[in-house]
Design a protein around this ligand. Structure first.
Ligand SMILES: Cc1cc2nc3c(=O)[nH]c(=O)nc-3n(C[C@H](O)[C@H](O)[C@H](O)COP(=O)(O)OP(=O)(O)OC[C@H]3O[C@@H](n4cnc5c(N)ncnc54)[C@H](O)[C@@H]3O)c2cc1C
Length: 299
């Protein structure tokens, strides 16, 4: 009750206050911060994917600024020889302004990544952009860009049909639960229902030669995935685990120690507020931290 109330009001807290709790989820304000975090993950045999924070852009001016940042990320990955790729939020480079405009921006990035021998992934945003994002993905693949992946969300009722429609492409797909607040008509709302769908989609993907990014911190799903991989005796080039920076780091390290490929989502930039407030809302410890801070406990 208190938890959901705090989750609702957190976007209205002063930014410097939110930043105290948010900073563990973000590499820092600049690209060099994301590079340094990636290098320290590589020291542990881990990998990253770098996201220049920014989303739901409504003007071409801002979209072009975001696009410029994404090109800088690609240059930096190449120059530093990093085990990472670029995560692209489609609306941050203009997909929500106009499909052709956004597509051309995304295509330019994916083409540059290909020239450098790198990969990129289209993150999945909220439901108004699901079709456009999947259309952009399919169009990129039809143009021969096999260095690009996409994301499917287990809470979306449509995702099973989407998996089936992608089978022919043998795609590289990140499977996550989904983070946005979607209507019950199109999204599964109960926790166990989302988990069950995640398992079903994972099995479908693994049985159909998808490369799967298993993106979850949920122990039940991690265990299920480990069993599913073992049952199929799948090689390491067929999957990886993925986690968010700052979340369940001990579990992340234990998966790395077991020799599983594991990638951490590393966001950087000044535009951290939307990303960080979503993370804070899903953090079960958030209420304790905030209450302690408000009442000065532990100072
Ligand atoms: C690499 C990666 C990329 C993603 N990309 C997308 C995307 O493109 N589109 C999209 O809609 N969603 C994306 N997500 C978010 C995802 O959809 C979920 O919202 C998020 O991962 C939480 O779901 P969960 O499976 O970890 O389960 P949960 O049930 O939320 O979490 C399981 C457990 O993990 C711990 N935990 C989870 N979150 C936090 C936190 N913030 N702080 C502290 N502890 C926490 C808690 O112990 C919790 O009980 C991504 C997630 C990952 C890991």
């Amino acid at each position: 009750m208190i938890s959901s109330l705090i989750a609702k009001i957190i976007p209205y807290f002063p930014k410097p206050f939110v930043y105290i709790f948010a900073k563990k989820y973000i590499a820092g304000p600049s690209l060099s911060d994301a590079v340094n975090v990636t290098k320290s993950l590589m020291d542990m045999n881990g990998m990253s994917t770098i996201d220049a924070l920014g989303e739901f852009v409504t003007t071409k001016e801002v979209a072009e600024h975001e696009l410029g940042l994404c090109y800088q990320v690609l240059d930096s990955i190449k120059d530093n020889n990093l085990e990472t790729y670029l995560s692209i939020k489609p609306t941050s480079v203009g997909l929500g302004i106009d499909f052709d405009y956004g597509y051309n921006n995304i295509r330019g990035l994916v083409a540059k990544a290909k020239e450098y021998g790198l990969r990129a992934r289209l993150d999945m945003e909220n439901s108004p952009y699901t079709d456009m994002t999947l259309d952009a993905y399919r169009k990129l693949r039809s143009e021969g860009f096999d260095n690009v992946g996409v994301v499917l969300q287990a809470y979306m009722k449509r995702s099973e049909a989407d998996v089936k429609s992608l089978i022919d492409l043998k795609p590289n797909v990140r499977l996550c639960k989904g983070i946005y607040n979607e209507a019950p008509e199109i999204a599964i709302k109960d926790k166990q229902g989302i988990r069950d769908n995640y398992k079903k989609l994972l099995d479908l993907m693994l049985d159909n030669e998808f490369y799967v990014g298993i993106a979850t911190h949920d122990e039940e799903l991690i265990q299920y995935s480990l069993d599913a991989l073992k049952r199929r005796n799948l090689p390491k080039k067929q999957y990886e685990f993925q986690m968010l920076l700052g979340v369940r780091e001990e579990r992340r390290n234990s998966l790395l120690k077991l020799g599983h490929p594991l990638r951490v989502y590393v966001p950087f930039g000044d535009d951290w507020f939307g990303y960080a407030t979503r993370r804070l809302k899903e953090n079960p410890q958030m209420v304790t931290h905030i209450t302690k801070s408000i009442f000065g406990i532990g100072k």
